[in-house]
Write a protein that binds this ligand. Structure first.
Ligand code: VG1
Ligand code: CO
Length: 543
């Protein structure tokens, strides 16, 4: 086996977005594209010599081939060991956990998360650091700079490593350890949650439907829910991962998880429903006829986390991304704990979690997690809900009802305009930006603007500063609209419009979100001229 140095040239567009580098699969498959990016990562982190890494992905198309390239390049760059999930499979939370418990220097996670998979869909690669979390802004920038000046990469000339058999092999001088992707993760969940109480809940006849959406959480959910916790066989739906996610869109929200929504609102619905995304870090929570928005789920978890053994001593603080609703802020205030507001993307929670400033984090995009790892964690959120239901004895609907009565309800919705012409989308944002200084006091669609700005964030731990993280317009009475462009799409631009209004009147807690938010929706349209600028009459996806 010989290590080769291959000459290459910088490839445009290798800039990571909200969560690693995401491109169409065919782009990732063009000559040198993957190799250039992997070498840029290795250079950007100061080389691979003597380092150990975790490698795994969500099993989408090209996962297996890309892993072999990463192994050969890690070996040629002098890495000492790579730990790989069997058959190249690792959910994002399981990878984060492995990096931490095996104390490796970092890890490569192959996924485009909730984006569809297949040769004509999307692929992605993300580097996580030794704390198990996504590379910080500083490291991400260093990697990007490498991509713009790269002249060569190192790769070993070798056969594919057999990743189907557990155990250790050598690739040149590098050890490759193939491990069971589920075991360590399942063990950790057993330490955090009251598995006895959840087991008793299932024994009592409690019924659940978990939609793995043909993605990576299938094996994890089957082992934990149906195996360890004794839920009836068939509780996990679509539990066999497939390279194109069964042709579906593995994004757990009421639109893409419509099969589960149908079950949960249908005749003889189970007590509890949940779903997870392509790489297992997102979650959807739904009770019998009661969908829980991710922002509300975060707030309910903040209010009840002490019921789970791993959080018995309460929370040190909570953190949410800026577009996430303020529901959790109200719980934090009542509990007298700090609440941090960060830019979108899990990489911004890492420093807070490492410093112990927060041990519960969440995003409106169906991401929830804690300091047990440094990624959001879909099954973790599901097990947390099961723990809360089992120990409180309340249904999802009852928990939501009492939550809103106690804290008020943050009506919330997100409107996405997908694959919009990039110039039009940037034009819309520029138009909003230009209005910011003069908006205060203005009346828009019957609402009065109290404040308007472009969100910027100074990290309270490492003092790093991140600008241009979304435009927010606040109105009297606690209503708000936020506009930002997605950093995970692979075609054109996606405009996200986040709409929110707080209601504390006990008689008005049961409205339909679209009715409760109608004036905020009208204000967003007027401020951003969405229809005229994009040519779209309605959002593509409403969640
Ligand atoms: C989206 C979500 C964001 C999330 C990111 C990664 O980003 O809005 O909250 O952190 O996806 O999620 P954007 O830039 O498209 O809005 V996933 O499950 O990669 O891992
Ligand atoms: Co994901």
């Amino acid at each position: 086996m010989t290590a080769h140095t291959i000459s290459t040239k910088p490839i445009d567009g290798q800039k990571a977005g909200t969560s690693g580098l995401r491109k169409q699969t065919r782009v990732f498959m063009t000559p040198h594209f993957l190799e250039n990016y992997v070498q840029s990562i290795l250079n950007g982190i100061g080389g691979a010599k003597g380092k150990a890494f975790v490698v795994g992905g969500d099993g989408r198309y090209f996962n297996d081939q890309a892993i072999q390239v990463i192994l050969r390049m890690a070996a040629a760059n002098g890495a000492s060991e790579v730990i790989v999930g069997q058959n190249g499979i690792l959910s994002t939370p399981a990878a984060s956990n492995l990096i931490r418990i095996r104390k490796t220097d970092g890890g490569f996670i192959l996924s485009a998360s909730h984006n569809p998979g297949g040769i004509d869909a999307d692929f992605g690669l993300k580097y996580n650091m030794s704390n198990g979390g996504p590379a910080t802004e500083t490291v991400t920038q260093a990697i990007f700079e490498q991509t713009t000046s790269l002249t060569e990469y190192q790769i070993l000339d070798a056969q594919d490593v057999d990743l189907s058999t557990l155990g250790e092999t050598m690739l040149g001088d590098m050890k490759v350890t193939v491990i069971d992707p589920v075991a360590d993760y399942a063990k950790m969940m057993g330490e955090l949650f009251d598995f006895e109480a959840i087991r008793a809940l299932f024994l009592s006849g409690f019924r659940m439907a978990f939609d793995a959406m043909h993605a990576v959480t299938g094996p994890y959910a089957t082992t934990i829910l149906e195996g360890v916790l004794g839920a009836p066989k068939g509780t996990v739906l679509n539990g066999i991962p497939s390279p194109d996610f069964g042709g579906g869109h593995p994004d757990p929200n009421p639109i893409w998880a419509h099969e589960l929504m149908g079950i949960m609102t249908g005749h003889d619905a189970p007590d509890f429903g949940a779903a997870s995304d392509g790489d297992g870090d997102r979650n959807m929570i739904v009770g019998r006829g009661a969908y829980v928005t991710p922002s509300d789920s975060l707030a309910v978890i903040a209010a009840h986390a002490h019921l789970a053994p791993g959080y018995r001593n309460g929370l040190s603080g909570v953190a949410r991304s800026m577009p996430t609703s303020g529901a959790v802020d109200r719980v934090a205030k009542a509990k007298g704990i700090p609440c941090y507001e960060t830019p979108t993307g899990w990489k911004f929670f890492g420093t807070l979690l490492d410093a112990g400033k927060a041990n519960l984090c969440g995003e409106e995009s169906a991401g929830t997690g804690s300091d047990h790892i440094r990624e959001k964690d879909g099954l973790w959120a599901v097990l947390m809900w099961l723990n809360i239901i089992a120990t409180s004895g309340h249904s999802v609907a009852a928990l939501m009802d009492s939550h809103w009565r106690t804290y008020g309800r943050n009506y919330y919705s997100r409107h996405d305009y997908e694959a919009v012409d990039s110039a039009a989308a940037h034009g819309l944002m520029d138009h909003l930006r230009a209005q910011l200084a003069s908006l205060r006091g203005h009346h828009v669609a019957g609402l009065t603007v109290t404040e308007a700005d472009e969100f910027a964030y100074r990290d309270p731990v490492d003092d790093s500063y991140t600008e241009a993280q979304g435009i927010r317009v606040m109105f009297t009475g606690g209503a708000r609209v936020v506009f930002r462009l997605s950093g995970t799409g692979t075609q054109g631009a996606t405009i996200r419009v986040y709409l929110e209004r707080v209601e504390t009147d006990p008689n008005l807690l049961g409205l339909k979100p679209e009715d409760a938010l109608s004036d905020v929706i009208a204000a967003a349209q007027e401020l951003a001229q969405i229809t005229t600028r994009t040519g779209r009459d309605a959002p593509d996806v409403i969640t």
